[in-house]
Design a binder for this molecule. Structure first.
Ligand code: FDA
Length: 308
């Protein structure tokens, strides 16, 4: 119930303004967001990569209303790639993009606009020796996002995509994408979706995740197992043994600030672990989705308003 309310609140401008201007909430936001500017993100990237973790950088720029904002988001990614190329870390530092921020949400031309804006980012990533992963947003964007993935993979086969286990369609999408060279990030899903197309019950979402995981781990692609759920991490490691997959032929992914000790423990145990590092001024939607995932985060957030 609380999670649903928060996902609704993620679209509220008034609440956004309140949270953004209340200084007491800043430490709570900082737990999940690496900062507002590129140097903040680069500091986080250096800390994580020095500690043996890989990263994917997400520039927070959702909810755009015109094409010029989409171009600004594209340019922000080009600056990120310019800044990470000299680090010489290749694929250890990649970028994640939300196609809504590249124009996908701007009416009938949105699909073509997003493709035109993301293509130069995929080219810049290739020049920097790294990759782009397309985040998945609400279900209305799934066909367009997977269509753009297919277009980009013609020239950049390592372009990755996210599939959400809560959608009924996802097992079929996993089968289609479990092929050599593909990179699929499997998540449970973070948006509020109708019962006609998505599992509503947490256990059903978890069971669907395991079915999808089995398809991806048995296939020839590179599964990116994006979850903080200890049971799913353990099942992944069992499947890796069963399919004789070495660490690095699949990877774990977790979000910045969530289960950081577990990120480190898995890496020290020889697993490839990538941390999703979001930064930027437009952090509100991302932040409320993280609160919605866990009631304890809401308590932490509310406590920040209590003095002393
Ligand atoms: P679950 O929510 O069951 O959590 C398992 C355990 O992890 C919890 O008991 C808790 O210990 C810890 N945990 C999880 N979330 C936490 C939080 N917010 N704060 C503190 N602890 C927490 N979704 C989407 O729809 N599109 C996308 O593109 C992406 N991209 C993405 C990238 C990466 C790298 C990750 C890890 C996740 C995403 N997601 C996403 C989000 C995903 O769909 C999902 O909402 C979250 O990962 C939470 O689900 P878990 O699998 O972690 O399990």
């Amino acid at each position: 119930m609380l999670g649903r309310l928060l996902l609704t609140a993620s679209h509220s401008d008034r609440l956004r303004d309140f949270v953004a201007t209340a200084p007491v909430t800043r430490p709570v936001v900082d737990r999940f967001v690496a900062g507002e500017e590129l140097p903040d993100a680069l500091t986080a990237v250096r800390g994580l990569t020095d500690g043996g973790l890989d990263v994917t950088i997400d520039y927070l720029g959702e909810d755009i209303t015109d094409a010029s904002q989409a171009e600004r988001n594209r340019d922000a990614y080009l600056r990120i790639l310019d800044a990470v190329a000299p680090l010489g870390l290749g694929g250890r530092v990649e970028v994640s993009v939300k196609l809504s921020a590249f124009g996908q949400s701007l009416g009938a031309d949105g699909h073509a606009l997003a493709l035109a804006n993301v293509r130069p980012v995929a080219e810049a990533a290739a020049r920097a020796g790294t990759t782009v992963t397309l985040d998945m947003e609400d279900h209305t964007t799934a066909d367009s996002t997977l269509g753009i993935l297919d277009e980009l993979r013609r020239d950049h086969p390592g372009t990755g995509a996210v599939l959400q286990s809560y959608l009924f369609r996802t097992e079929d999408d996993c089968r289609r994408l479990a092929t050599a060279g593909s990179r699929v990030r499997l998540v449970k899903g973070a948006y509020r979706e109708p019962a006609s197309i998505a599992h509503q019950d947490r256990r059903a979402v978890d069971l669907a995740y395991v079915r999808c995981l089995k398809i991806l781990m048995a296939g020839d692609g590179h599964p990116m197992v994006a979850t903080h759920d200890p049971r799913l991490v353990a099942i992944t490691r069992e499947l890796a043994l069963r399919h004789e997959r070495q660490p690095g032929t699949y990877e774990f992914q977790m979000l910045y600030g969530i289960r950081t000790a577990e990120q480190q423990r898995l890496a020290e145990d020889g697993e490839k672990v990538r941390v999703y590092v979001p930064f930027g001024t437009d952090w509100y939607g991302y932040f409320t989705r993280r609160l919605a995932e866990r009631p304890a985060n809401v308590a932490f957030f509310l406590r920040s308003f209590v003095p002393g």
